[in-house]
Design a protein. Structure first.
Length: 126
């Protein structure tokens, strides 16, 4: 992977974290963006989604090691990430916890991601 480089496009500060080819489809990878650990997931359609690396249920920085999948919500398949520790399932697009496993749901923060000329860039957190 290449070293992160910060780009300024308007009011959003984009950080180049790696090349798209560095990310294996349906696998997570961790990146440091603005001093915060972020979990990147490349989907089969080459979209890259980013959520916080910190698992809100276990307190460990392990989300990039979760299981990538999908779940049907209102008849639409959404990409999901299952936490490796206690197995909560999160919507990768929104960060919403889809099952709290008996606890109050805790959602993941998400980041904007763009791929430009094969370079994955992470923007601001949502």
């Amino acid at each position: 992977m290449t070293a992160p480089a910060e780009l300024d496009a308007g009011t959003v500060r984009w950080t180049a974290v790696c090349r798209l080819d560095d990310l294996a489809p349906e696998r997570g990878a961790a990146a440091l963006v603005g001093g915060e650990q972020v979990a990147l997931v490349r989907l089969h359609d080459d979209r890259v989604l980013a959520v916080q690396q910190l698992d809100p249920f276990s307190g460990a920085h392990v989300m990039s090691r979760g299981i990538v999948g999908s779940r049907s919500i209102d008849g639409t398949d959404v990409p999901t990430l299952t936490a490796p520790m206690y197995k909560q399932v999160f919507d990768l697009e929104t960060g919403r916890c889809l099952d709290g496993a008996g606890k109050a749901p805790l959602d993941l923060r998400t980041w904007d991601v763009v791929v430009t000329d094969g370079v994955v860039q992470v923007g601001g957190a949502r």
